[in-house]
Ligand binder design. Sequence first.
Ligand code: ATP
Ligand code: MG
Length: 896
Amino acid sequence: METAEIRRRWLSFFESKGHAVVPSASLVSQDPTLLFTVAGMVPFIPYLTGQQTPPWDRATSVQKCVRTLDIEEVGKTTRHGTFFQMNGNFSFGDYFKEGAISYAWEFVTGSQDEGCLGFDPESIWVTVLKGDDEARELWGRVAGLPPERIQERGLEDNYWHTGVPGPGGPCSEIYVDRGPEYGPDGGPVVDEDRFLEIWNLVFMQEELSEVRSKTDFDVVGELPSKNIDTGMGLERVAYLLQGVDNLYEIDEVYPVIERAEELSGRAYGADHDDDVRFRVVADHVRSGLMLMGDGVVPGNEGRGYVLRRLLRRAVRSMRLLGVEEPSLPHLLPVSKDVMKASYPELAEQWDRIAEVAYAEEQAFRRTLASGTSILDDAVAQAKSSGATRLGGAEAFALHDTYGFPIDLTLEMASEQGLSVDEDGFRTLMTEQRERAKADARAKKSGRGGAGVYRGLADRLGVATEFTGYEQMAGEDRVLGLFSGGHEVERARLDGGALESGSEIELVLGSTPFYAEAGGQLADHGTIRLGGGGIVEVTDVQRPVPGLVVHRGRLVEGEVAVGEGAQSEIDVVRRASVSRAHTATHIVHKVLRETLGDSATQAGSENAPGRLRFDFRATRGLGPDELAAVEARINERLMADLQVSAAEMSFAEAREMGAMALFGERYPDVVRVVSVGGPWSLELCGGTHVLNSAQLSLVKIMGESSIGSGVRRVEALVGADAYSQLARENVIVNQLTDALKVRPDELSERVAQLMTRLKDAEKEIAQAKASQVLSAASGLVERAQDVSGTTFLGHDLGDGAGADDLRRLVTDLRTRLGDERPTVVALTGVAAGRPAVVVATNEAARTRGTKAGALVKVAAQALGGGGGGKDDLAQGGGQDAAATGAALQAVEGALRA
Ligand code: ATP
Ligand code: MG
């Protein structure tokens, strides 16, 4: 029975019992304490806890759920998905225990012809809370369950509450016995794999006054109005009704595994580790799809991080399956196609989802490429020094320099048998964060902290006047002097008042120097003092409002408060920074033209010759879009747009449509910078060029995500942009020389070469494969009869890896025909490691001969392990000299 059909049956069954059908809520939970919707009851919490009056007495839903806690279980158990759907029926003060139990019993065991699920009543087991005699009695009376199939469990498993004072109550779980081949007798208390939990009924009947832990709480009394909340795992029921072994093989998930098989050339069911990877891929691709469908985008925190982790784990599992090429473009559409019947919004949102997902895979591939080799080196080094764990410093360097997430480091290290010093890693992370904060503080306020400057600012009473919009030089007096974090009267080189080197800070009455603000870096320049002293200025800050502090080195003579000062800024630097700042306004405007007005500024830096612009956006720009943005920017430069600035009231500025910057507080009088009249209007205190043509050229160097919802464009401006293009031109020339083609033929030529290389690789692989297969015809003759089974055991020797063995084993099985029970076992050795593959035909399996069991015997002889399905299984080990013994072991097992 298809999953979608079970879903339909669920809803119409409960609708026919008077339940309102409520559509699934978003995976992004409305409850701020939850990252995701983790159960069907989540959207009903206000009704169940009595905070709100429900519009109905009974309701039913099929709710999308994500449980991140189950991520490690995926692929290893048969029953845990990170995404799954929970069927629920709810009663708000209407029916209670008896109603819930009889509906559940009817739906589970009622006949399929009547719209129910048709499970054999003999296969059903239930658990109740120890002491809940009412539930026990009902299961006997309503369902006719014998006492031995009603098991008891303690508070730990079968009591529900929210963790805070409020409603609580016992649970009762329903299990299906999958049969003795899946585990020992004894019901769910003995084995949860054979006895599969499909449904949990919660009876909310008590009021709790205090909750100390899961099992320790105080009950005040009975709830005046009792509720029912139930949850049935849709995928779990589907896997039972579809006759498969786990929830990754159901109709809504398995097609992704099949596609992954094609991509990897490996068979699902042949190798245990590979199987787990296949399941992780299928599960995570689907969960990622559903999360993106509900608007989650990959990021470094919260929901975005969970999504990122899912997508990255899927991509990495594909790599472990041997697929180096991007795989999401092949897998995600398959998942979309099977899920869209139940969730049509996936098809509508598809373009956006695909764009986000594929970009994330690209970004991850870059991270992996740089980080993996560094990690391998670190692991090799740790191992050769006999260590069993990777140092915190290495993990930190990987994170800091290569953006390698810590959980990936943990996972990859553990695959190589190493642990990671996580505490060390976290300590370094904290230190770095503290350092960054301290740096930012120190830069703004200098070594003495803001206090010393505030003293001077209060005494002066007026703000430093900035003359630098018009003038590049100026004359005024020294009003204050700081050295080594203290205010001083004078400072002199050579043993004067200077205590620490020749660092000095100067405050003037007015200055042409621009103090770093609004992303624009400070001016540099020179201040000459009346008494012959010279200060080279390398930084200018405003540590407290109104006070501009020039920082630099006293390179000659002395400086004293009260003397005259002639300032001159570095005009080349200023012009270059101003070009970058005007370019930033143009970039901002063009991005808004492209992405809409939601692309607001989130930060920027205007440095000589280059700019960095951060903006909020839910998606990135594709390569074509980015090229179009760059073209539009340069077209605006050539349009020779006037750049001008005017002061006005904040209200007037807003009226004109000026863009105010993120989170900044503006004074009553603001400065509005316009580029091209009304085309770009921004509130801005920075310095700019006079017209856009002065920028000459803007070259975008890249666009990327720098965190949840924030993206960054980096660009070169003017001469720097030109040099970059010139450098790229040199590279093109080198390539055209080497490949002997014209520049416009380059990409075609490279594509040709790549194709030829791929073809050659394919040919080599085919040659190798046909070598292996040509050996096959001769081998058939060597088959012999072992206790009524045709047995062919052969060692292919050195150079034959597991892939070769698999290819040959199925070929041989076909050649040997299907009249007689037949078993083929092949061994080989690749890179010093022995492998064994066993295949059985239908007739052999009918006799109870299973490849999975035989391969275990063989792998044991090799000093390793293996497993797989009844028809095909694979194993490996350590002892390359034991392949003969492994084949003998298989033969022995057949004889026995
Ligand atoms: P388990 O012990 O198997 O993890 P659970 O006790 O966490 O299950 P509940 O919280 O009671 O499960 O959820 C109700 C139903 O939802 C379960 O009976 C099961 O059918 C289904 N379910 C729970 N977790 C998952 C999952 N990760 N994947 C698929 N179905 C699930
Ligand atoms: Mg669970």
